[in-house]
Design a protein around this ligand. Structure first.
Ligand code: PEP
Ligand code: MN
Length: 335
């Protein structure tokens, strides 16, 4: 249930609605909107009677929410969510490109790539300090040293940082260093980690699980939002499919469907979908044309020596060319 207040509802009227929700034993989640305040009712085991609220002073409407994901759903919030990052916005109308290596390998590697992606127009630098690798013998990342390198990249280039938190032990440390916490595909249903990310107060990029349905993915986002963190970015990175021609199947239909079902922005990661660099530009172009809100792309200045995901990392020149190509493709223009 969503309680929509009148445009001129007073603070005591809003507080009275919150108090009534809490007195019923439920949780009230105020949802900031453009013109009016709305208050979501959460943790109600069954339907809530709208009659309990419609006669209260300052209440405009009580709308039942039919979707299992509440805070994530467009029923609960009609306007698109715009993520406020330091100095930039991300969300419909504010297109952002995040780029960098799969993993931070050294300070010189990170700074070299950061300068290149910045020159091409990226605003956020990606790079894993903690890497979730299929094999325990593969490169696992530099850990805290990698986070310190990311901080240096931030200080020297002004790029914002996105990096992955892979477990509970390191989430808080990651949150201290990063502008956006990435939750990887392998952790999409690690519900306690999602709650912790929700409590961090930092924007969270939630990747779609390797074989997750749209509903499972949106329910995972709900875990983060249910902790009061409304700054969630969804990331489509492809799902398991038959065939060896690409690492994963990029599910472009999720872009319009997420925009219909949810107010949250959707980012596309063509690199992990492709698995090979020649497929990254066409998939990125398709995602932009389909209306994604941002791209997350792996770039490496020397991909043949990369310690992780070299095959799918673009050379800086390819990334620069791609940045030019996508400019004309955005529905509604380039921002
Ligand atoms: C990554 O971004 O490097 C990564 C490991 O991605 P995913 O979780 O999508 O596999
Ligand atoms: Mn990677």
């Amino acid at each position: 249930m969503l309680i929509v207040m009148d445009k001129d509802a007073t603070a005591p009227q809003i507080e009275a609605v919150v108090a009534k929700i809490e007195a019923l034993g439920f949780v009230a989640q105020p949802i900031p909107g453009g013109e009016r305040v709305a208050i979501g009712i959460l943790r109600n085991p069954g339907p809530v009677d709208p009659a309990l609220f419609v006669d209260m002073a300052g209440v405009n409407q009580a709308i039942p929410v039919s979707r299992p994901y509440k805070l994530v759903s467009r029923e609960m919030k009609r306007e698109d969510t715009i993520i406020q990052l330091p100095g930039i916005k991300l969300g419909r109308g504010h297109f952002v490109v995040m780029a960098g290596p799969c993993a931070v390998e050294s300070e010189s590697q990170a700074l070299t790539i950061a300068e290149k992606v910045k020159a091409a127009g990226a605003r956020v630098f990606r790079g894993g300090a903690y890497k979730p690798r299929t094999s325990p013998y593969s490169y696992q990342g530099l850990g805290e040293e990698g986070l310190k390198i990311l901080k240096k990249v931030r200080d020297e280039t002004g790029l914002l940082i996105i990096t992955e938190a892979t477990d509970h032990d390191t989430l808080e440390l990651v949150a201290e260093y990063t502008d956006i916490i990435q939750i990887g595909a392998r952790n999409m249903q690690n519900f306690t980690l999602l709650r912790r990310a929700g409590q961090s107060g930092k924007p969270v990029l939630l990747k779609r699980g390797m074989s997750a349905t749209l509903e499972e993915w949106l329910m995972a986002a709900e875990y983060i939002m249910a902790e009061g963190n409304l700054q969630v970015i969804l990331c489509e990175r492809g799902v398991r499919a038959i065939g060896e021609h690409a690492r994963n199947l990029l599910d472009l239909a999720t872009i319009p469907v997420v925009h219909r079902e949810s107010h949250l922005p959707i980012v596309v990661d063509p690199s992990h979908a492709a698995g090979r660099r020649d497929l990254v530009p066409p998939l990125a172009r398709a995602a932009v044309a389909a209306g994604c809100d941002a791209l997350l792309i792996e770039v490496h200045h020397d991909p043949t020596s990369a310690l992780s995901d070299g095959l799918q990392s673009l050379y800086p020149d390819q990334f620069t060319a791609l940045m030019k190509e996508i400019q004309g493709l955005r529905p509604g223009g380039w921002y």
